[in-house]
Unconditional design. Structure first.
Length: 188
């Protein structure tokens, strides 16, 4: 009987240990998730604060240019030169976009080119759809075959597992019954 009690206490200790380990893993995961969320808040707020600093600096520069030049003339020169360059580049960009919008194909082959492109696009689309359908059919067939094999294998494994479990239970019952008949073997 003491052997059975030892097994029971060992199982209980093991279960308690597993519960403790599981609890600590869950707690660590929860704390790490919180830490990640807090890190995201820090990053987001830092970006928001930096944007506010930039806007505040721009506002200060726009309203107090003379004071800004007195405090940091080198930075003010950079602001002035880059502002002029950005204005020039923006005007040139819009000129180029306007020019590109005004360009049209001006040859008698334009319609032929458009028709050839349309025909080729339709041909490619048709071939692509046919190939996709073929691949889909093959994939479905393979999936059904795999599913059937998996079901069969799972049934075999489950049956083997159940048989082994029954054998282990019977062995354990026989062992426990043998123990109860001769307890003096384990008395120390």
């Amino acid at each position: 009987m003491s052997f059975t009690n030892d097994i029971k206490s060992t199982v209980k200790l093991t279960a308690d240990a597993v519960t403790d380990v599981t609890s600590s893993v869950v707690e660590k995961a929860r704390l790490k998730a919180k830490a990640v969320r807090i890190k995201q808040v820090i990053k987001s707020d830092t970006e928001r604060r930096n944007q506010a600093y930039m806007e505040l600096g721009k506002l200060f520069y726009d309203n107090h240019k003379d004071l800004a030049e007195a405090l940091d003339p080198d930075t003010c020169v950079v602001v002035e030169k880059t502002s002029i360059r950005i204005d020039k580049a923006s005007r040139r960009y819009f000129e180029l976009i306007t020019q590109s919008d005004n360009i049209t194909l001006s040859s008698e082959n334009t319609d032929k080119i458009k028709q050839a492109i349309t025909d080729k696009t339709e041909e490619i689309s048709t071939k692509t759809k046919a190939k996709a359908s073929e691949i889909s059919d093959k994939t479905k067939a393979k999936a059904q075959e795999f599913s059937q094999k998996t079901k069969t294998k799972a049934k075999e494994v489950a049956s083997d597992f159940a048989d082994k479990a029954k054998d282990k239970i019977n062995d354990f019952k026989a062992y426990v019954n043998d123990d109860e008949e001769s307890p003096e073997e384990f008395d120390f």
